[in-house]
Write a protein that binds this ligand. Structure first.
Ligand code: ATP
Ligand code: MG
Length: 401
């Protein structure tokens, strides 16, 4: 599994260039976190994070204003553009003490080297969440992988182990529990016993995290290509009840079984790297079973009712409820509703009326996914023209009349 040789060659050359420029200017710079973990596991990392002892202001003076912006208020971070890629360059930090973490909002700009918040490489290694996420790759010099927390051994054994006291670190930031189970689902890792015990004791705390942060995490999960495995890990550890109560509630029922089957099909598509990046489509996919159930009485009665708007209100209510623990932005709730309403519409004789619908592209993709999942006659989806053609078809006809 772990091939330590030639790791540097698998990192984006632009990332190596960023680290090299920092080192040439007298700083330390390493690739860190998920990128190193994924490389060691044999996959090509999608984004590469860099960490350095240069402060964000120093990073900016190395790369200049045109290539570098400093973002964040409490935790300043430099974003460096190199070619057409952008990298986050973080400064080594140490865990602020309780006293120091209070009142940090008052910081108004310049922070100096050796300020309370910044630290050494060792400090930085110990403030990260898990040993497998605390590996540093020296892509400029010859140090190879720097491992200060036993991450290499844990990675080889497939173990997620919190750095420091698991209970304290989960209470400090409950999203770390979610991140731990994500690694379980993504890579089939096991939780270290102390990490597992702390997670089981504190899992309810996840519901105290900000719904906005959980919403972002949910979206990231849906775009991993392993969403079913991750949500299954959440369910098995009793974590789903707190993270997404509405999914836990249906997990073993008919609707939940269909959600899981849809996710399996979606994961396979996402894993090809060529699937739609639409967030609205991702959210519509998971809520399709509950929406179809709610719409059934309406569609059975009268297919036209969908057009008349009766379905819209029902569907919107269902979508809002299903994602209520995340607080879905209004725009997305509406888009998801529209995509969902297209499913009965596009699978009926009324389909051509919807070819110029603004969500047609995604309604069609979702219907294709459903057809594949349920092994329906492929013709149901194949007869729908691709969006470019569908919109022209209608326009041409308009011109004639
Ligand atoms: P991926 O990007 O593949 O989802 P990742 O581990 O790189 O996984 P990021 O969110 O990009 O995840 O974070 C980068 C690194 O920052 C992590 O590997 C970890 O070292 C550190 N980190 C992220 N979130 C936390 C956290 N909540 N607590 C402590 N360290 C964290
Ligand atoms: Mg990352």
């Amino acid at each position: 599994m772990i091939a330590k040789r030639n790791l540097r060659d698998k990192i984006s050359p632009a990332a190596v260039q960023v680290a090299t420029r920092l080192v040439q200017n007298g700083f330390e710079a390493y690739v860190v976190g998920g990128a190193v973990r994924d490389l060691l596991l044999g996959s090509i990392p999608k984004d590469v994070d860099i960490t350095t002892n240069a402060t964000p202001e120093q990073v900016r003076s190395v790369f200049g204003r045109r290539q570098c912006v400093v973002i964040g208020r409490r935790f300043k971070l430099a974003q460096v553009r190199m070619g057409n890629e952008t990298f986050e360059v973080s400064t080594f930090r140490r865990k602020p003490s309780h006293e120091e973490s209070k009142g940090r909002d008052d910081d108004d700009g310049m922070m100096i080297w050796n300020d309370n918040e910044y630290g050494t490489l060792e400090d930085d290694a110990s403030r990260r969440d898990f040993t497998v996420n605390s590996l540093y790759l020296d892509v400029v010099g010859k140090q190879g992988v720097i491992d200060m927390t036993g991450g290499l051994k844990d990675l080889k054994a497939g173990i997620v182990r919190v750095i420091g006291n698991p209970e304290e670190r989960f209470i400090e930031d409950p999203v770390r529990m979610l991140r731990a189970l994500k690694l379980v689902g993504l890579h089939g890792f096991k939780l270290h016993p102390a990490t597992e015990a702390a997670l089981k004791a504190n899992k309810a705390m996840i519901s105290m995290s900000s719904p906005a942060r959980l919403y972002e995490e949910l979206l990231k999960i849906l775009f991993t290509g392993r969403s079913l495995a991750i949500l299954t890990a959440f369910h098995k550890y009793g974590f789903l009840t707190y993270f997404w109560p509405d999914l836990e509630e249906i997990w073993s029922k008919q609707d939940g079984v269909l959600v899981r089957r849809l996710l399996k099909t979606r994961d396979a598509e996402v894993a090809t790297g060529n699937y739609s990046h639409s967030r609205a489509l991702a959210l519509a996919t998971v809520s399709l079973p509950v929406a179809l159930r709610a719409l059934r009485p309406i569609t059975e009665d009268d297919e036209d009712a969908i057009l008349l708007g009766d379905g819209g209100a029902v569907c919107l209510r269902v979508v809002r409820q299903f994602f209520s623990s995340f607080v879905l932005p209004r725009l997305y709730a509406i888009r998801v509703k529209e995509i969902l309403l297209l499913i009965p519409a596009l699978s009926s004789e009324l389909a051509p009326r919807f070819y110029r619908h603004r969500e047609y592209k995604y309604g069609r993709l979702l219907l294709q996914l459903l057809v594949k999942t349920l092994d329906w006659d492929p013709e149901i989806a194949n007869r729908l023209p691709p969006p470019e053609i569908a919109s022209n078809m209608k326009r041409r006809r308009r011109r004639k009349h």
